[in-house]
Design a protein around this ligand. Structure first.
Ligand code: PGA
Ligand code: ZN
Length: 491
């Protein structure tokens, strides 16, 4: 018995992401069943012309006639739609996000990537069996033919890869997480929820990119989400009380100008307590330093522009960086590690992402030796969802978790391969959004499909972030009694 779900059409368009920049949205249309379970169609390309009239033409394309029981949805068309996110603190080793580099949208148009989908990728996929996601993704990878998808764009390939999965799940009348994960998909992820933004995601004086909370003591995702949202609201009240800005950064976390990481952490601890939760037992803290953005190639040091400004000017009256050159806050690799050790002693920090530069394997190894047995060390720019870089990390014993961003690699199968490699080697996998997002919620389904146990998808603020959390609420409700929610750091 082999059910086939043939690709009948592939179409992309340019849409906007949450920062108002263009991104690629694709639709893949499939036809379910081809009349029966059975009769593999080898020459599916003929099916394009047969859309809407395929029953009569099954067999005309040179295939053996289908045999077996009819599939109830046989002959129906299904369309899956997906859109691609985009980073700001993009790692140097990520697959290429193809941008037009023309005057429209200040060079950020994606018409070339859209054209690549609508021509060469469409041509390569018409008639293929979308039920073989790996096969579809292999075709995408091979049609591009480059190491980092620079020819067609990882934004082009990913849009199709994800839309094909959605269309197939629809044709199977299955929820996406179930299609992607099979019978074992049941673990709800603990949110790694961003509540305070800095770095490239805001224009405040906070240098670490993300301060996040993890509701580890909750009994369900729904409860964990509520805890985070309550802490978020308390944090807002505390900031208002102190006359600080409650404007938000790209991922919906507040972006006040605070003077250093400790000041931020103090606010988070206070907000948790004010909301009635115990930092350390109910809530743990996670950081994304995004240290590659702070790293200076020439000096080999990490430069903290916000901390420098905050040291030299009063808040809201920051002096120019030229005035502060002599007394800049710079930290060496050793000083960065020492800073993390100090912060982990003083605050209930359980996870640190991109604590060091994306190229600094020696530094990462040291960091892992010093903190790896107590703290989750997540490689984002370091691993870029790439099995080649992850296997190097595993070999060198660097980090102990991988951040998974599907657009860093450009197809679902490759992202899943990275997750599988991580899990097999005792590394954790955290499924993640990008700072530029859309209303697409696929990462929620992926997190459950692979039983990742952790998801990072911003603040409980702005629909591009909240939509993922809301999708997880739906999935948890659907899973009912079989869903599992647990502290990912419990021994
Ligand atoms: P990015 O940020 O999407 O801008 O890369 C997210 C992250 O660094 O984790
Ligand atoms: Zn990151």
């Amino acid at each position: 018995m082999s059910l086939t779900i043939r690709i009948m059409d592939v179409h992309a368009r340019e849409i906007l992401d949450s920062r108002g920049n263009p991104t690629v949205e694709a639709e893949v249309t499939v036809i379910a069943g081809e009349g029966a379970f059975g009769g593999p169609c080898i020459n599916g390309r003929n099916m394009e012309a047969a859309a809407g009239n395929h029953k009569e033409t099954v067999g005309n394309c040179g295939c053996p006639a289908p045999v077996g029981a009819p599939y109830p949805l046989s002959g129906k068309l299904f369309t899956g739609r997906a859109s691609v996110p985009s980073g700001a603190s993009t790692g140097r080793f990520e697959a290429v996000e193809l941008r037009d580099k023309e005057s429209r949208y200040q060079g950020k148009g994606v018409q070339k990537a859209v054209r690549n989908v609508n021509t060469v990728l469409r041509e390569a996929l018409l008639g293929r069996n979308a039920l073989c996601q790996e096969e579809i993704d292999k075709i995408l990878v091979e049609t591009d033919g480059t190491e980092n998808k620079e020819k067609l764009g990882a934004n082009a390939t990913l849009s199709v890869s994800m839309a094909a999965a959605r269309a197939t799940a629809a044709a199977l009348d299955m929820p996406l997480y179930r299609y992607l994960g099979g019978i074992s998909a049941k673990k709800m992820p603990v949110p790694m929820m961003n509540i305070l933004n800095g770095g490239k995601h805001a224009d405040n004086t906070v240098d670490f990119q993300e301060f996040m909370i993890m509701p580890v003591s909750a009994k369900s995702f729904q409860e964990g989400l509520r805890i985070c949202a309550e802490v978020y609201q308390k944090l807002k009240q505390l900031l208002v009380k102190d006359g600080l800005s409650t404007g938000v950064g790209d991922e919906g976390g507040f972006a006040p100008s605070l003077k250093n990481p400790k000041e931020v952490l103090d606010y988070i601890v206070k907000a948790a307590l004010a909301a009635g939760y115990q930092p350390g037992s109910d809530i743990k803290i996670a950081l994304d330093v995004a240290a590659s953005e702070l790293y200076q190639e020439d000096s080999g040091m990490y430069y903290f522009p916000g901390e420098t400004k905050a040291l030299h000017g009063s808040r809201g009256d920051l002096i120019s960086s030229a005035d502060t050159k002599e007394s800049s806050v710079l930290r060496s690799t050793e000083e960065m590690i020492a800073l993390y050790e100090e912060l982990c002693k003083e605050y209930p920090i359980i996870s640190i992402e991109d604590g060091l530069n994306e190229d600094d394997w020696d530094g990462w190894k040291k960091l892992t030796e010093r903190l790896g047995d107590k703290v989750q060390l997540v490689g984002d720019d370091l691993f870029v969802t790439n099995t080649g870089r992850l296997s190097a990390g595993i070999r060198l014993r660097t980090a102990n978790a991988i951040l998974v961003k599907v657009n860093q690699i450009g197809t679902l199968s490759e992202a899943f391969a990275a997750i599988e490699m991580a899990h097999k080697n005792g590394y954790k996998a955290v499924i993640s959004h990008r700072s530029g997002e859309t209303e697409d919620t696929i990462i929620a389904d992926i997190a459950v499909a692979v039983n990742a146990g952790q998801i990072k998808t911003g603040a409980p603020c702005r629909t591009d972030r909240v939509s993922k959390y809301n999708q997880l609420l739906r999935i948890e409700e659907e899973l009912g009694g079989v869903s599992v929610y647990e502290d990912p750091f419990r021994d």
